[in-house]
Design a protein around this ligand. Structure first.
Ligand code: ZN
Ligand code: ZN
Length: 584
């Protein structure tokens, strides 16, 4: 019986076997490093020729042979000097470079598999036969600078994925295929939600009318929920003097990510990297009494970060980010209720989208070993962390305390969701902040007529609209719920000539009821029109022909269903309005 071996050990052993196969194919190969990565491994090589995709199946076959030959993984421990001698003999300059970084009096462990000897701390399997030869696949070739430094030589990297068995590998491959179908960049184009332009620049998405509909619906929903909890809308400009961020601490934090704006009039501004400091200035614009508190502001505005250009792509990493941001300015004794309200808002919003329950909550606290990473008083921090912990308990959030995940200015509750690849993303967050009010002198006059610092509670519900839209597209695979669908109804006249007038009449009725509708008046067969509407993922199709136009009715076909139901038009309108309101 095969013993249980940790997957990580198997993956790293596959990397050695890959190197061994490469050595067979290129006896003069020089070896870089071959660590594990998520789902698999890679190995870097310096080879006499450039690899081509056709090399991968050849190497894969060689690896299978090595596995079947059941070579032992032989470990040996030698002196540093001996190791250098060995690798010099084998002309392995990269291994020697690694060795030269280590202490001369250290012991060095080596692993041999067949002809291939690697500098490696292990652990490894005992012999290659312990691996399932059907559980791995070499996936791609890429260039990679030695030690990640572009001044060094470019090596060739071979990637592979590996699992415990064939079934797990197949499951992984299936998941990847599904994710590719849901990729927001692909679907965003097909559904005409957003685009990019070389002239505008990368990292600057342009939202088409249909994309804007989804964003506006989300915004409307958030604002409606928040209004119920006393939030008021504010608007702040997209740039400011750097002084604002020097005072808030963001200038230091985002020093490498600020966009600077200057003009012939000697203006010197930065594009805002965050919203919070701007909103503090509305609070500070007049004297506040304790009776006015809490004061709650919200806005959905753009902010700007100069991300590294290599990291920009799709909607997940962009330069211009539309952030839905809100703050409550309140007294210490009001903090708990404020946090509770915000958690309720988050719960309400995510329930409407059907994502509530598909998450876990992180109580993100300080890194107690490094207090210098944070601003503010230690006493305030203690108080804040305790309050959040209490709220989490009272609201049964089942929060996990994670050290070192707090914000610069205070602890927070982070809500973690999963994307379509199962990767965790943090979206909503509630953050306590005792530090910013002190920096900006945000006070209220208390019962004794004295100034008292307020507390700032930051909250984000969907984070940025860009990232959230990407997540939603992939989560729903483009099949948005009715209330978010850019086109809710498509009218399909059986004959684009004979039934167009009746289709237009229906369209007018729907538009009067604020239902988003389009007519497909192409000269195509009705089946083709249905297929097209399915592809566009439109929730309702209304087929109208002779029978319908004579009886003021429509033949209703919902997305993904084969059933067609005849319905009086006013009955259909009532039904769809109800479904939109209920956010089905
Ligand atoms: Zn190793
Ligand atoms: Zn904030």
């Amino acid at each position: 019986m095969k013993k249980e071996i940790e997957l990580e050990v198997k993956r790293h052993s596959f990397a050695h076997i890959l190197a061994s196969a490469v050595l067979e194919m290129f006896p003069e190969a020089k070896f870089g490093v071959g660590p594990n990565i998520e789902n698999g491994f890679y190995y870097d090589f310096d080879l006499p020729r450039t690899l081509i995709p056709e090399d991968l199946p050849i190497l894969q076959k060689k690896m299978i042979k090595i596995i079947n030959k059941n070579f032992a993984f032989e470990k040996s421990v030698v002196t540093h000097e001996k190791a250098i001698e060995l690798f010099q003999k084998a002309r392995q300059e990269y291994k020697i470079e690694i060795l030269n970084d280590e202490a001369k009096d250290s012991e060095v462990s080596l692993y041999r598999t067949g002809e291939f000897v690697d500098l490696c701390k292990g652990p490894h399997i005992d012999s290659t036969g312990e691996l399932d030869a059907t559980s791995f696949k070499l996936t791609k070739i890429a260039g990679a600078y030695w030690r990640g430094d572009e001044k060094n030589k470019m090596l060739q990297r071979i990637y592979g994925v590996a699992f415990n068995n064939k079934k797990e590998l197949k499951e992984y491959q299936h998941k990847l295929e599904e994710a590719a179908k849901r990729d927001h960049r692909k679907l965003g184009k097909e559904l005409d939600l957003f685009c990019f332009s070389d002239l505008v620049g990368p990292g600057l998405p342009l939202f088409s009318p249909k994309g804007v509909i989804i964003i506006e619906e989300l915004k409307k929903h958030i604002e409606n929920v928040c209004k119920g909890y006393g939030f008021q809308k504010v608007m702040t400009p997209h740039l400011a003097k750097i002084d604002l961020y020097e005072k808030s601490g963001h200038a230091q934090k985002f020093s490498k990510e600020l966009f600077h704006v200057s003009s012939d009039q000697k203006h010197d501004f930065v594009m805002k990297p965050v919203q919070c400091p701007h909103q503090t200035q509305i609070y500070a614009s007049k004297k506040r009494s304790y009776r006015d508190l809490p004061i709650r502001y919200m806005e959905s505005e753009k902010q700007y970060r100069a991300e590294k250009s290599g990291e920009v792509g799709g909607l997940n990493r962009v330069y211009a980010i539309t952030v839905e941001d809100g703050h409550s300015f309140c007294r210490v004794e009001q903090v708990k209720q404020e946090v509770k309200n915000m958690v309720e808002i988050i719960k309400n919003f995510y329930s409407a989208i059907g994502l509530w329950g598909n998450h876990w909550v992180s109580l993100s606290v300080r890194d107690y070993a490094h207090p210098e990473k944070y601003i503010g008083d230690e006493k305030d921090w203690d108080k804040c962390e305790k309050m959040l912990e209490e709220v989490a308990k009272e609201m049964k959030l089942d929060a996990k305390k994670i050290e070192g995940e707090a914000a610069l200015y205070g602890p927070k509750l982070d809500f973690m969701f999963k994307d379509s690849l199962g990767k965790e993303v943090q979206i909503p967050t509630v953050q306590l902040d005792f530090a910013t009010p002190k920096r900006f002198d945000l006070v209220c006059t208390n019962e004794e007529g004295k100034d008292e610092f307020v507390v700032m509670v930051h909250r984000a519900i969907l984070g940025s609209y860009e990232r959230f839209l990407a997540l939603m597209i992939e989560h729903f695979a483009g099949n948005f719920p009715l209330w978010l669908s850019p086109v809710q109804v498509k009218i399909l006249p059986v004959s684009s000539e004979k039934h167009l007038a009746y289709a237009q009449k229906i369209e007018k009725l729907l538009l009067e009821n604020n239902i988003r509708v389009e007519i497909d008046d192409n000269n195509e067969s009705i089946n083709k029109k249905i297929r097209e509407a399915e592809k566009q993922k439109i929730p309702y199709m209304l087929v109208v022909g002779e029978k319908e136009s004579q009886s003021d009715s429509v033949a209703v076909r919902s997305k993904g269903s084969r059933d067609i139901k005849n319905m009086a038009i006013d009955k259909f309108i009532k039904k769809i309005i109800k479904e939109i309101e209920e956010k089905k």
